[in-house]
Every structure is written in structure tokens, then in C-alpha cells.
Write a protein of this length. Structure first.
Length: 68
């Protein structure tokens, strides 16, 4: 299996999340985890360029927000 590669970039009006198949699966698993009924409102994950995201990516926060 390929290494997950995820890049996040954008402008003031739009954001693009581009990933290979392994990266898309990784994001899907993170989102499914956020939907777990055991987690409380406000739980979130930070993804950072050069760590969880490709170098040069803008930071991405995935958050559970029951008010939305």
C-alpha cells in the first residue's frame, strides 16, 4: 500500500484537499472516528504541513461540532 499523501491549499474563497488513495482512506478513517458516539462535542484533530500533511500544506482542523 502507498504511503498516505494529503495536501491542503487554498485561497480566501476556497480550500482544496488533494490526496492519493491512501490519503483519502486516512481522512475517511479520521472522519469516521470523529463520528463515534463515544466522543463528545468539541473533539478535534489538528493536521499540520510536514507532519500529517504534505510539506507546504496549510493546517487543517477536523472538528466535531454538534451545533452545526
Amino acid at each position: 500500500m502507498d504511503e498516505p499523501r494529503i495536501k491542503v491549499y487554498g485561497s480566501a474563497t476556497e480550500v482544496t484537499v488533494a490526496a492519493n488513495a491512501a490519503g483519502l482512506r486516512d481522512l475517511a478513517e479520521r472522519l469516521i472516528g470523529l463520528a463515534d458516539p463515544e466522543l463528545r462535542d468539541g473533539y478535534h484533530e489538528h493536521l499540520e504541513g510536514g507532519i500529517n500533511l504534505e510539506e507546504g500544506s496549510v493546517s487543517l482542523i477536523l472538528a466535531r461540532d454538534e451545533a452545526t
